[in-house]
Structure formats: structure tokens, C-alpha cells
Write a protein that binds this ligand. Structure first.
Ligand code: SAM
Length: 265
């Protein structure tokens, strides 16, 4: 479907998919997996951003993309409001109480030093700044605790940008791609493009988590799919880690299938 089609759905408020909350299956997945290394996640077809904010709240660096500019405007505005509400209530955490570790990471050909705190990373290019010492001077303490508060606050930040997932060049390769009602929103004849795009956006060894919508409809969007189709399209490039029927929004109960894939390296 074209950008004009999706943009006019937003402009006319014709958004039957908009549930005002993230996918219940995603919420349960994130709650069940606190052990996962926190990294970058791409949410294509992000709509108003509920799922991207759920990833960000869980400590991932979340990036939402949508072909409709109005979706991105709404997602950005809602994230700003949610972040402000969080800032108003978030407790200050002294820098010395947060575990920090240093990691190197390579992104878009650039080596970066990062300080990682409970899954949220600060990036810098060039030499690492000194690790906050256990007993910093009062001046350093002020500087560091400000940075770390910023880090805790950053958990509610997610970034959004207009992009056609099927055509665009990603800014870098993501650790995760999260699918939720984009696969069923595009024309079925674009599904080969979808798999090619997925391989373009996701790093080798990365993870693809999908909430698939198993409905029979041919006159979408949404366009239906079957478990058989999914098992034909993804295994050439992915190994399945887990498959389950998730908790769903009330009108989708029993119609969703979650598949957690690992991209072959
Ligand atoms: C059914 S809505 C789902 C939105 C969101 N995932 C949710 O569940 O609330 C499909 C979304 O995908 C977007 N979309 C459609 N084709 C796209 C494409 N090629 N690239 C990026 N976004 C696309 C639409 O603008 C729309 O926001």
C-alpha cells in the first residue's frame, strides 16, 4: 500500500489497529526475559509507537519507523508526553549505586566506547571517559549523577523516523527487529521484499521477534497469512528459538502466533 494510503488513514482517524497499548505478547515477552542483552531494536510500521516505547522502557534503544508522517508525529508527541510524565515521578538514583561497565561496540564501521548501566548505553566516539570512581569529588559527583539520571531517564526515549521499511537503507544494522502488524499491512506480493528488507536491517546473528496475525483475509489490509507460509519464508535465513500463542488484545485472542527467530550468522 502506498504512503498516501496510510497517511490518509491517519489523517481521517481510520486506525482500527490502534489499541492504545503495546502488543500484550510483547509486554509478556519483555517481562519474561530480563536476562536479554540490551541492544538496538527496530520497530518497522511502528504506528503511534506503543511497541517501541515498551522496548525502550525495558532498557533497549528503540527506533520506530513508519511510512506515514502522521504516525511518526503522533509517536514522537506521545513519547515526549510519556517521558515528561516519567521525569516528573522518577526518583533520582545516585551514580554510585548504579553498576556501570565499559564495552566496545562497532556500529556503521565506527568503534565506540560505551558505558552501560542496567541495559541502557551512553555512546561516545573516541577514547572512553573515566569510569565514575566509587568516591568522586563533589563536582564529579554532581556531573556523574546528572549523567546517570539522564541514563535512567533515557529509558523512556525511543526515536521515530519516516521510512519505507521495504525500500530504505537502514542507518545501521540492528540487534533486533520487532514485527507487529506490518507483515499483514503490506501487499502479499511485497512479502519477498519484506524478507529482503529484514535481512538488510537486521545484523547477522540478530534476533527477529514477530507477532504474526493468522487470519484468512485476502482483501486487506490486514492480509492474512498462515503458519505454513511463515515456515516457508523465514527458515532459509533464520533458526527458530521459540514459538507460542501469546496473550492478545481481546479481539485477536487465538489469532496471533509469536515466533522468535535467530538470524543465521
Ligand atoms: C496495521 S498498522 C500497525 C501499526 C502498529 N504496528 C500497531 O500495531 O499499532 C500498519 C502500519 O505500518 C505502516 N506501514 C505500512 N507500510 C509500511 C512500509 N512499507 N514501511 C513502513 N511502515 C509501513 C503504516 O503506516 C501503519 O502505521
Amino acid at each position: 500500500m502506498s504512503q498516501d494510503y496510510w497517511e490518509s488513514r491517519y489523517q481521517e482517524g481510520d486506525m482500527s489497529w490502534e489499541k492504545g497499548a503495546p502488543s500484550p505478547g510483547l509486554v509478556d515477552f519483555l517481562a519474561a526475559h530480563p536476562e536479554l542483552a540490551r541492544g538496538t531494536v527496530c520497530v518497522p510500521g511502528c504506528g503511534t509507537g506503543h511497541d517501541a516505547r515498551a522496548w525502550a522502557r525495558a532498557g533497549f534503544q528503540a527506533f520506530g519507523y513508519d511510512i506515514a508522517p502522521s504516525a511518526i508525529r503522533l509517536a514522537t508527541r506521545r513519547t515526549r508526553s510519556a517521558k515528561q510524565a516519567h521525569l516528573d515521578t522518577a526518583p533520582e538514583i545516585p551514580a554510585t549505586e548504579l553498576p556501570l561497565r565499559h564495552e566496545m561496540e562497532e556500529r556503521a564501521g565506527e568503534r565506540r566506547h560505551v558505558w552501560v548501566e542496567a541495559g541502557t548505553a551512553f555512546h561516545q566516539i573516541g577514547p572512553p571517559s573515566p569510569r565514575p570512581s566509587p568516591a568522586p569529588s563533589s563536582r564529579e559527583r554532581e556531573k556523574t549523577s546528572g549523567a546517570v539520571r539522564g541514563c535512567a531517564r533515557a529509558r523512556l526515549s525511543a526515536q521515530f523516523q519516516v521510512a519505507d521499511f521495504l525500500q530504505a537503507t537502514p542507518p545501521f544494522l540492528f540487534d533486533w527487529v520487532f514485527e507487529h502488524t506490518l507483515f499483514c499491512a503490506i501487499q502479499p506480493q511485497e512479502r519477498d521484499d519484506y524478507v529482503r528488507a529484514l535481512l538488510r536491517w537486521l545484523k547477522p546473528g540478530g534476533q527477529y521477534l514477530a507477532v504474526n496475525y493468522l487470519i484468512p483475509d485476502r482483501d486487506g489490509p490486514p492480509f492474512g497469512t498462515t503458519r505454513d507460509e511463515l515456515w516457508q519464508r523465514f527458515p532459509p535465513h533464520f533458526e527458530l528459538l521459540q514459538e507460542w500463542v501469546p496473550r492478545s488484545y481481546p479481539n485477536r485472542t487465538g489469532l496471533e502466533l509469536m515466533l522468535w527467530w535467530h538470524r543465521k550468522g
